[in-house]
Design a protein around this ligand. Structure first.
Ligand code: SF4
Length: 480
């Protein structure tokens, strides 16, 4: 579904480059491919012979850099950039990244994708020791930890700081003489490294950014790894050996662009396999398959191929409506669905439709789409979801952090089906999801985090633990 209506949002996208005369411009194009990961604000920080320059603001990338001068002033051969969707910290320009820290003896920039689970306790501790935070997001914490470390060398300081922050994080740090990328010990968020023809090294949340700038993928950053990029090339190091891959399965289901590859798996192909598996688990009679544009179209293709039903364009997305994610009320959100989607009566009229969507969050959007299809003449609407039911909150970088918001946390499948007005509701099984993605790894759950679905978090929840336990009440698990 459209990112905004569903209110299921990635925290951010990051992009960095070292060793190219057009570093900031290439960062702009890289970020442009990552815009789906955050539309609230954007920024680029460049490095011109050790001088760090920055422009950032609220809005889409094209709005932030509407004035060419804002990009032209970012000279230099190294840069990092960021597109933001806020999960932690309020919507304000102070929270737009990259952050820039200037000290009497050094300066560096920072861009972060993810969510720290011990941010509150670290922040309190740091403030008690005199630290002053300029933003309300959790992304500044690492910079304070680096600066306050007593380790005598910079890499030692960075490693120490990285071992203190917990949760999901992909960091890019731009220093006067190097670019550093680091990933959390579970690799919750994706981060890939590429190379350009002139030898410049690029780092991106998603590989789709490499295509745009003509870079070649080298490899993905591993959990617990630090990648140091400077004029001598790339160096791989780690700050912990206690690692286990648990990449966010929602990246494959919903967030990442279909043309991105994550840990050797193409996102579109994974979605097609999810759709095919969903068809095998689906138990109803139908005439046509209709995917909800855009992120469910790959799964709809897989479902149609496997089931032998025709894959029809029964829903059209209006590409030119205003972003609606800033609309606060439920009523406006519901209106937002109508602005974005139309059912094609000539296609669905008189048909039993299998409506494929990637997930159900609150149920509002699904109810509206079912209604649209029925109003357009569909005789039956069977909703088939290309992921298991979202019954638990995420603490690693997705913006739903309370169970009350999730329809599946509070209702059975039958109740949910009734609420959304469908004739049947089928979710993909957790095993079906894991097998469909198929990362080559020995890690549990096929190297995926599936905590959204089973509540089995790969790490302690630190500051969120108590609140989460309280929210569980007597409903300990949706599946058990
Ligand atoms: S809890 Fe869900 S959204 Fe969060 S990292 Fe795990 S799979 Fe992704």
């Amino acid at each position: 579904m459209t990112y905004e209506v569903k209110s299921l949002n990635e925290e951010c996208g990051v992009f960095g480059i070292w060793g190219h005369p057009d570093a900031a411009k290439l960062t702009y194009f890289g970020l442009h491919s990552l815009q789906h990961r955050g539309q609230e604000g954007a920024g680029i920080l460049s490095n011109d012979h050790g001088q760090l320059k920055r422009h950032r603001d609220m809005g889409l990338l094209s709005e932030v850099f509407r004035e060419p001068a804002n990009l032209d002033k970012l000279t230099g051969t190294g840069a990092i950039g960021h597109v933001r969707y806020a999960t932690a910290g309020e919507a304000s320009v102070d929270n737009i990244q990259p952050f820039l820290f200037r000290f009497h003896d050094m300066q560096f920039g920072l861009a972060h994708n993810g969510n720290l689970t011990n941010a509150e306790s670290l922040k309190q501790e740091l403030e008690q020791r005199g630290a002053i935070f300029s933003a309300t997001s959790d992304s500044e914490i690492l910079a304070h930890l680096i600066r306050r470390s007593h380790n005598p060398n910079l890499m030692g300081k960075i490693k120490e700081a990285l071992s203190l922050v917990k949760g999901g994080f992909a960091y890019l740090l731009l220093f006067e003489d190097k670019l550093i990328a680091a990933l959390d010990p579970n690799g919750f968020r994706p981060l890939s490294i590429g190379k350009m023809a002139n030898g410049a090294v690029v780092v991106s949340s998603e590989t789709c950014a490499f295509e745009v700038i003509g870079a070649e993928w080298i490899r993905d950053v591993k959990p617990g790894e630090i990648v140091i990029i400077d004029d001598n090339g790339i160096q791989y190091d780690s700050y912990t050996n206690d690692t286990q891959l648990a990449i966010c399965s929602m990246e494959y289901i919903y967030f990442a662009r279909p043309d991105s590859n994550i840990h050797g798996v193409n996102v579109h192909t994974a979605r097609k396999r999810m759709g095919a598996q969903l068809a095998r688990e689906f138990k109803h009679e139908a005439d046509i398959v209709v995917g909800v544009p855009n992120s469910s179209l790959s799964a709809a293709m897989g479902f149609a191929e496997e089931s032998g039903l025709p894959n029809e364009m029964g829903l059209i997305k209006n590409q030119y409506t205003q972003r609606t994610f800033i609309q606060p009320t439920q009523e406006l959100r519901e209106q937002g669905v109508r602005m974005k989607l139309s059912a094609v009566s000539g296609v669905v009229k008189g048909k039993r439709v299998v409506m494929i969507d990637d997930s159900i969050v609150r149920g509002t959007t699904s109810r509206r789409i079912v209604q649209l299809l029925k109003e357009a003449g569909a005789t039956e609407v069977h909703v088939a979801i290309g992921s298991p039911a979202l019954a638990y909150p995420c603490f690693y970088g997705i913006d739903i952090q309370t169970r009350q918001e999730l329809i599946a946390a509070n209702h059975t499948v039958e109740e949910t089906c009734q609420i959304i007005g469908a004739d049947s509701l089928t979710y993909l099984s957790i095993d079906g999801l894991i097998n469909s993605i198929g990362i080559e790894t020995d890690a549990p759950n096929g190297g995926l985090c599936v905590a959204y679905f089973d509540g089995d978090y790969p790490t302690p929840l630190y500051d969120y633990e108590e609140e989460y336990r309280r929210s569980l009440g007597d409903k300990t698990s949706f599946y058990k």
